[in-house]
Write a protein that binds this ligand. Structure first.
Ligand SMILES: Cc1cc2nc3c(=O)[nH]c(=O)nc-3n(C[C@H](O)[C@H](O)[C@H](O)COP(=O)(O)OP(=O)(O)OC[C@H]3O[C@@H](n4cnc5c(N)ncnc54)[C@H](O)[C@@H]3O)c2cc1C
Length: 320
């Protein structure tokens, strides 16, 4: 019996959500009195994984896994889990992990609960808490299958640090030909991606028009942030649809979310409420977003944002 984490990577670099997932996996393995295995693809360097809590590493090597394919990855992870007799398998809540998780659950004959927000309430019976209805409620679910597949919500646990090293073993999975073949992948932008961003600067109709977006881009640049927008902004063609966040857009789980000229409609909040700290800049003190904000500035974006950029630049120069 063991716990296995599938640690996602991008171009050989382990993602931040994977660091958090490994730390969660280690806490769960400790709770169960067992060992944490971390499965990574072949291009990932394994030497740093012990610092997040990995005890054993499974290095998955197969040429069919050089780019993401949900069914091939699901087969490979399932075989890794079986090879270490994992009782609990953990995946993140990224788009790719959500895509492969149901296939993985079938491969392992496992119950699958996504969006878990904390360690299991109990391991016998095995009960987990997870957010539902776009984070508006929490449910408790009992998992009765022999193998359990858990998806961890972003920013639910945090990254822990450990001393020590982890042993690595290699596994070459036996893969059935994939039913889906990705022939090319184009990144939407070479800037910071919303899904991976620590900081997101987002703006709404309060910005009045696309000609004013230089303010948002300048603020994002000084913070090393991704840019995002409300739905009407992308519907109006002011910004690309890839930036639309909310219930019908991309989910955001950044450490800092700065909302400028966005009213805070429930459909917008549904997509961003996993972000840790929310800062709102709005002229209307009654804007609903202020109720969800950690920090609020009642003011005109056209005054506040340039001043903020200026102050941040000064701060960076002083601390360079
Ligand atoms: C089924 C459905 C799904 C939806 N999905 C989404 C979704 O995924 N994401 C999403 O965002 N919306 C979604 N919506 C739309 C949502 O209901 C709101 O209409 C939308 O979020 C409002 O966008 P906004 O805040 O940019 O614009 P507005 O509601 O027009 O708000 C603009 C805000 O800017 C402020 N403002 C104006 N001037 C300034 C200034 N100079 N400086 C600072 N502040 C200023 C105003 O006070 C106001 O609060 C959905 C709606 C439906 C019905």
């Amino acid at each position: 019996m063991s716990v296995l984490v599938y640690a996602e990577s991008d171009q050989g670099i382990i993602k931040k959500i994977a660091q958090e997932l490994i730390s969660y996996g280690r806490a769960l393995a400790d709770q169960l009195g067992t060992t944490l295995y971390v499965a990574v693809m072949a291009d990932v360097g394994t030497q740093n994984l012990a610092q997040y809590g990995a005890q054993q590493i499974v290095h998955i090597e197969h040429e069919a896994l050089q780019s993401f394919s949900a069914d091939a990855f699901a087969q490979a992870i399932a075989q890794s889990a079986k090879s270490v007799e994992a009782e609990v398998v953990l995946v993140s809540s990224s788009a790719n992990s959500r895509y492969l998780a149901p296939m993985l659950a079938v491969g392992l004959d496992a119950a699958y609960v996504p969006n878990c927000t904390q360690l299991p309430l109990s391991t016998s019976p095995f009960q987990v808490t997870h957010s539902v209805y776009t984070n508006k409620a929490e449910a408790t679910t009992e998992m009765t299958s022999a193998v359990k597949l858990i998806g961890l919500a972003k920013n639910a646990f945090g990254v822990s640090h450990f001393e020590g090293t982890a042993q690595t073993t290699s596994l070459t999975p036996d893969l059935n030909p994939s039913k889906c073949h990705v022939s090319a992948t184009d990144r939407a932008t070479d800037k910071v991606m919303i899904a991976d961003a620590e900081i997101v600067v987002s703006a709404g109709r309060g910005l009045k028009g696309p000609e004013n977006w230089h303010l948002i881009e300048d603020l994002a640049e000084v913070l090393g942030a991704a840019t995002a927008c409300s739905k009407p902004v992308s519907d109006l063609g002011w910004r690309p649809h890839s930036e639309h966040v909310g219930q019908t857009g991309k989910p955001v789980a950044s450490n800092l979310y700065i909302a400028i000229g966005i009213s805070g409609a429930i459909q917008h909040l549904a997509g961003i409420n996993s972000s840790k700290v929310k800062v709102v800049i709005n002229t209307d003190p009654e804007a609903p977003f202020f109720k969800a904000a950690d920090y609020g500035i009642v003011g005109d974006a056209f005054d506040v944002v340039p001043e903020l950029i200026e102050k941040l630049k000064q701060f960076k120069t002083l601390n360079a």
